[in-house]
Design a protein around this ligand. Structure first.
Ligand code: 16G
Ligand code: MG
Length: 547
């Protein structure tokens, strides 16, 4: 045991922490300029080894900063079932990251003691990275950290974030979830996709099979390209922003498209054709098209959740399966989507705080939990009991034809979905399959409901922690008077809603507003921004009206 700590001391001096730098394991791990991350990567290697010893299972470490600019990087830890790191361990991550060089061993021993970790237990860690130029040396630092505690590691090299989540789950279920290789991932998803597509509405032309994909010049592009041969021409992909010339996430990718509400640069797409954008680590996806008048239409996470839950609900009815389905959203979900889901589709809707881990946990409470953030991150979770019921029905020789068809479709839907985390590739295959099976165009999908105009703004304040929220971030409890101010502003407009929350990834307060018309939405967003600026310690110039 002492020998391990000697190794840690020796190795950590090769990954020194810049003095006084303070970092925090945020909503989705650490994220910063890549130059500030080497010591954090090493230390996350150490922490992953400890987490592995504690859980007696394989742990994942993904090096990526998702949709951030190319100069940034980051790291996320993955728990045994492919989920995000347990929240109580996030504070250990922060403690280790911030320990000054000479205090690192003390910080490490503190975790070992608090968690009563048996240091003679083996450690196994899977490591993956995105395409950033800094990712290679940073993932090496993670591997060094694992090795310094005598752990074993497997370096998957370039993979999407959801692919690494998938590998971890495969490994810890002894292959029950699938084969823990990139090939195994393509085989599992594509086989299920092809089986689903076999049920397509009869007259599917090549045009309908065609999809333009914006790879954000990142890892997703590489992996879509790798997967193509498995698709057997059932999906015809034109890949744009494949990383051969453009810069990662620059003027492209899911975040750009969602925030700017316009198509990415570098994509060619005719009116009415489907396009989709991934983010930099391929765990988010949004769809879009341009109509014959040249108007851009975005189909975000809310539209995706609606399409998928409608499809699942129809199959459950056809299969006469009594399984409880729910859709989990955040406060950012467009009010129209919530209204449609609750009143037209009559499904249970749950609202949680922003951040995938919150949605994921809420979705686990149901037989089938469909969760999506409006920004395009999401997936579907099936309880073990639900999967069993579906399988029994599919395999029961007494099942009549209609029920059997529905059960088989459900089974293949389960297999095409990456249940560990939102996955752009897996979501894309499911959406494409649903559209083909229902013989639905993207315009018809878009017409399920009409989004309320909405606007997001940022306000700079001296300390964003003065804003405290409740009710899944929909109401502010501090500073005093802010919620009352928002309430009276909202009352001025029709179908209006607004909330504010401190960002978990940027030093700003985020403002969201929606209302009947774009003009009133923009006015409301501006007025709420002013209220935040005045009541929560705004810095710099006062927010200006949008028009
Ligand atoms: C992170 C979260 C995302 C969330 C966003 C909110 C994960 C994997 N990612 O990117 O879900 O929407 O943070 O950012 O959990 P904000 O707190 O700055 O608004
Ligand atoms: Mg991402």
């Amino acid at each position: 045991m002492m020998a391990h700590f000697q190794d840690v001391s020796k190795q950590s001096s090769l990954h020194p922490k810049p003095a006084e730098l303070v970092s925090q394991y945020g909503t989705a791990g650490f994220r910063a300029n890549a130059k500030l991350l080497d010591h954090i990567m090493f230390r996350m290697g150490l922490l992953a080894a400890l987490r592995s010893k504690k859980t007696k299972a394989t742990i994942g470490v993904m090096v990526t900063a998702s949709h951030n600019p190319e100069e940034d990087n980051g790291v996320k830890l993955i728990d045994p079932m492919g989920e995000m790191l347990l929240q109580t361990w996030e504070s250990y991550a922060t403690q280790l990251a911030n320990a000054e060089q000479e205090d690192l061993l003390t910080a490490l021993k503190d975790v070992i003691e608090k968690e009563a970790i048996n240091m003679s237990q083996e450690a196994n860690v899977f490591v993956g990275k995105d395409t950033r130029s800094s990712s290679s040396s940073l993932s090496q630092a993670v591997l060094d950290g694992v090795a310094a505690l005598g752990g074993h590691s497997k370096d998957y090299g370039l993979v999407t974030t959801p692919q690494l989540h998938y590998m971890v789950r495969c490994q810890n279920t002894q292959g029950k979830y699938g084969e823990a290789t990139v090939e195994g991932y393509y085989k599992k998803l594509c086989q299920a996709f092809i089986q689903l597509i076999n049920n397509k509405a009869s007259n599917c032309t090549d045009d309908q099979k065609h999809l333009s994909v914006d790879g954000a010049n990142g890892i997703g592009a590489l992996k879509v390209h790798e997967m193509e041969s498995h698709l057997k021409k059932e999906l015809l992909i034109s890949l744009f922003n494949d990383g051969s010339k453009g810069k990662l996430n620059h003027q492209c990718g899911a975040d750009f498209v969602k925030v700017q509400q316009k198509p990415p640069t570098g994509i060619e797409i005719n009116p009415g054709e489907r396009g989709c954008s991934f983010d930099g680590d391929a765990d988010r996806i949004v769809y879009y098209y341009t109509d014959s008048d040249g108007r851009f239409h975005l189909l975000d996470g809310d539209k995706i959740a609606t399409l998928i839950s409608t499809f699942l609900k129809e199959l459950l009815t056809q299969a006469s399966l009594d399984l409880k389905i729910a859709v989990v959203q955040t406060a950012y979900a467009n009010g129209s989507s919530t209204h449609y889901l609750e009143n037209t589709m009559k499904v249970t809707v749950v609202c949680t705080k922003t951040g995938v881990k919150h949605l994921h946990h809420a979705a686990q409470e149901f037989d089938i939990g469909v969760y999506f953030e409006a920004n395009g991150h999401g997936t579907v979770l099936f309880s073990e009991a639900a999967e069993e019921k579906i399988q029994q029905l599919a395999e029961n020789p007494g099942t009549d034809d209609e029920r059997k068809r529905a059960a088989l479709l459900l089974q293949n839907t389960v297999n095409v979905i990456n249940q560990t985390v939102g996955d752009a590739i897996s979501d894309m295959l499911l959406i494409e399959a649903i559209l083909a099976i229902k013989g639905m165009t993207i315009q018809q999908w878009d017409a399920m409901y009409t989004d309320l105009p909405n606007r997001q703004l940022k306000v700079k304040v001296s300390d964003r922690r003065v804003i405290d929220t409740t009710d899944a971030e929909r109401r502010a409890v501090s500073p005093a008077g802010l919620q009352e101010a928002i309430d009276s502003l909202v009352k001025k407009y029709k179908q209006a809603r607004s909330f504010v929350r401190p960002s978990g990834t940027e030093d700003v307060v985020r403002v969201y507003a929606e209302a009947e018309a774009q003009e009133s939405t923009d006015a409301l967003a501006h007025e709420v921004s002013l209220a935040v600026y005045r009541l929560a310690g705004g810095v710099g110039d006062e927010p200006k009206p949008l028009h």
